[in-house]
Design a protein around this ligand. Structure first.
Ligand code: SF4
Length: 416
């Protein structure tokens, strides 16, 4: 009887492994982005390799500073472009979008082992893969050998049951969970999401939840691969890679956490930690200077659609900057064709190129001293958006959109 993690890692280790075992596993997909990739490339070369073991599934993403705002970053981009050419690895260049979004759109299949030099690699767990972030040196070995080693994590099962209320979304659930278990509540564990609400979530909602598993310290955040996964892969023209993956009845969990979603309200993470959470209805009036809707957490089509639904026929408040960063070129095009981008721009939004945007504080919306940003991203640490003297709050796209209209953090249920 195995958890999803034990099943996937056993199949990639060529033997039966259990939580607590050390395993050397085959890796299906390896990736690095423009912040971590140059170090991975120099490590690969130091190891004496000039090629990657599995070129079709070794990807370098240029998404964090895309297009480049500085010559030093342009030089890093060159390193990745040159090495991809030399080694046969794939390159996802500026304008394609955020690494984690492109992985789920075009690469990851249920049952895969995915490693990435980026902490939110756990996003791909929503497709029933074991996906985790690692440092550039481990990733270099992954690129060179298509193998890695790890301690098979214990699993915590999270049961989302009950019913989602009006104005409550996947982002609120994961903020609520992290507030409950804290930022280190799942350190080096796999979170396995289950329960009636989990099975009813859209695949995009699952991406949001898996994306933030690492904010509770988790090694991975996994959903069963089911009919929803199958449908999504079919829409992406990848139906052939679907296989059902579920935990066995009687699998052993380190703990189980039951969340009654009926009790969850629209939630906020307050400065400067993700687990500093509060229902939106209970926070004092906080004026916002900037609102960001996008990132690998909430820059997908449905996120933009929810925001546009609130912003349609309305204008953002005076003194507020609303920045929208579609998570990928595909999302951008779909949102354009659906008239969503037009609605956002008419409301006063500034739409920037697909990618990380201002999330990591390199460009495209760095905050001024004392300024407040409400963002749909996954982290709000001091300095995260480029200024240690600014304040970052996290929320769902609905809360972000409605707050941009009001000019202060506001409960999206008022707009629905
Ligand atoms: Fe990291 Fe933000 Fe980019 Fe996601 S959008 S990969 S959290 S910088």
């Amino acid at each position: 009887m195995k958890t999803i993690t034990e099943k996937i890692l056993s199949s990639h280790a060529g033997r039966d492994v259990r939580a607590g075992d050390i395993a050397v596993v085959d890796v299906d997909i390896v990736m690095a982005q423009d912040g971590t990739g140059p170090l991975a490339v120099s490590q690969i070369k130091k190891l004496g390799f000039s090629k990657v073991a599995n070129p079709a599934k070794s990807i370098f993403f240029i998404d964090h500073a895309a297009p480049s705002p500085r010559k030093e970053l342009s030089d890093s981009h060159k390193v990745l472009r040159d090495f991809a050419k030399e080694s046969g690895a794939r390159l996802s260049d500026i304008g394609e979008g955020v690494c984690h979004q492109i992985l789920v759109e075009s690469y990851v299949c249920p049952g895969d082992v995915v490693i990435g030099a980026d902490s939110h690699t756990c996003t791909s767990g929503a497709l029933g893969a074991f996906a985790t972030g690692m440092g550039s040196t481990d990733i270099a070995v992954g690129f060179a050998l298509a193998k890695t080693w790890l301690l098979v994590p214990q699993t915590i099962k999270v049961n989302f049951n009950g019913k989602l209320g009006k104005g409550v979304y996947a982002k609120d659930l994961i903020i609520y969970l992290i507030g409950k278990i804290t930022a280190d509540g799942a350190t080096y564990k796999a979170l396995e999401f289950s329960g009636s609400v989990s099975s009813g979530l859209t695949i995009e909602d699952r991406f949001t939840i898996s994306n933030m598993a690492v904010e509770a310290g988790a090694k991975a955040g996994i959903f069963a691969a089911d009919e929803t996964t199958n449908r999504y892969l079919g829409q992406r023209g990848r139906a052939e890679c679907f296989k059902e993956i579920r935990a066995d009845e009687g699998a052993k969990y380190e703990a189980e956490i039951d969340i009654d979603c009926t009790e969850v309200e629209p939630m906020i993470s307050m400065p400067h930690t993700v687990d500093n959470t509060m229902p939106v209805s209970r926070i004092d009036k906080v004026k916002v200077d900037q609102v960001l809707i996008g990132t690998c957490t909430n820059g997908r089509l449905n996120d933009l659609k929810i925001a546009a639904g609130i912003l349609k026929g309305r204008k953002i408040a005076e003194g507020v900057r609303l920045i929208v960063a579609p998570a990928s070129r595909i999302v951008y095009l779909e949102a354009l064709r659906a008239g969503i981008i037009e609605t956002l721009i008419e409301s006063g939004a500034t739409v920037i190129s697909p990618g990380c945007g201002p999330c990591v504080g390199i460009h495209q919306g760095i905050l001024g001293d004392g300024e407040v940003c409400l963002s749909t991203q996954n982290r709000n640490f001091k300095g995260r958006m480029g200024n240690p003297d600014a304040f970052i709050y996290l929320s769902s796209p609905a809360t972000a959109a409605w707050s941009a209209v009001r000019g202060f953090i506001a409960d999206p249920r008022e707009a629905l």
